[in-house]
Design a protein around this ligand. Structure first.
Ligand code: DGY
Length: 324
């Protein structure tokens, strides 16, 4: 008699072909309505499951793990994993996995586009046009800041930060400065065309500051009123990392007061809710956490999360992209 197939939970909607693929290996419970499970419901739905396929909105902490000692792997379809308590995963001996690399270039494209949209006032001018307010050409109409030849500042210099640096340096002739806890090797700095500076210098020099650092308790609100005050009044701020890194209330006030020129935000504190003040300032481009959202990249992310489950529960191997 063959051993029973492991059971897994797919906690959110995902490409049907990925669900089918997982059904070939496992007994699958799939969240059919794509509601985001509360912690209590997630804990309950994980009962009897050896693995789970999650996304960034599914919080897995020590309590969820303690209530499910049979769990062996939770595969997150995201590179960020601030929804996981990794210390608790380690203590419970459960694999946590993410989806690095496959989303780097698409996410960097989006970060660069969002920065450009903020600098060149694309959302603001589009809204103006849609409101029927365009009556004549004017020499200063929606005049923004240049991107080419300006200084790009990058906070956080992992894979995505490096991909953005390359775009800025090689494609747009930008001077690229970055701040990161650890400095890149000299040859990597040369390849991406970026120079390490301390955080104060980064804030002071950047014409366009892009945030790409992971969200941890230590960097909660690491860009708040005091940091924004150190930026140039002509600068832009783009956040494609995580809400919570920026104090959105302070940013909205700075944008309203013209302390910086513009912002591009793909992530928000408490998303999908937004700080209402952000909706009242025109000089911010707002997008709903879609930096990695190309069809090909989202497919690759889903496939990698599935492959991690198949490796651990199907083949008894180590996952392809472990976090812990
Ligand atoms: C990621 O991969 O971390 C993106 O933010 C998508 O959630």
């Amino acid at each position: 008699m063959s051993a029973p197939r492991p059971a897994i939970l797919i906690a959110r909607a995902v490409f049907p072909e990925i669900v089918e693929q997982l059904r070939e290996h496992f007994e699958v419970e799939h969240n059919p309505d794509d509601v985001i499970y509360s912690k209590a419901e997630l804990t309950q739905r994980l009962q009897g499951k050896a693995g789970a396929f999650t996304t960034g909105g599914d919080r897995v902490d020590g309590e969820v793990l303690a209530a499910n000692p049979q769990l062996r792997i939770v595969a997150n379809m995201a590179v960020g994993y601030n929804n996981f308590d990794i210390a608790a995963f380690n203590a419970a001996g459960v694999w946590a996995t993410n989806t690095p690399d496959v989303l780097t270039e698409s996410t960097a494209d989006f970060g660069f586009a969002l920065m450009m949209a903020a600098a060149r006032r694309m959302a603001e001018s589009e809204h103006f046009l849609r409101r029927g307010e365009w009556k004549k050409w004017a020499y200063d109409m929606f005049a923004g800041g240049d991107v080419h030849g300006s200084t790009l500042g990058i906070l956080g210099m992992g894979r995505i930060g490096q991909a953005i640096a390359k775009r800025g340096h090689h494609g747009f002739g930008m001077k690229v400065v970055y701040h990161n806890r650890s400095r890149l090797p000299a040859e990597t700095e040369a390849a991406v065309g970026a120079t390490w500076v301390d955080k104060a210098t980064l804030l002071a020099q950047a014409d366009h500051l892009v945030l790409v650092l992971p969200y941890t308790p230590e960097n909660h609100h690491c860009i708040a009123a005091a940091e924004i005050a150190q930026m140039k009044p002509t600068a832009t701020l783009t956040n494609i990392a995580r809400g919570g890194i920026v104090d959105d209330a302070a940013l909205a006030e700075a944008l309203r007061a013209g302390r910086i020129a513009a912002a591009g935000l793909d992530v928000f504190e408490g998303e999908p809710a937004l700080n209402p003040a952000l909706l009242t300032v025109p000089n911010v481009v707002l997008t709903p956490h879609i930096a990695s959202a190309t069809v090909a990249t989202r497919r690759a992310m889903a496939q990698l999360a599935a492959d991690n489950l198949i490796a651990v529960l199907g083949r008894g191997a180590a996952p392809l992209t472990p976090i812990n």
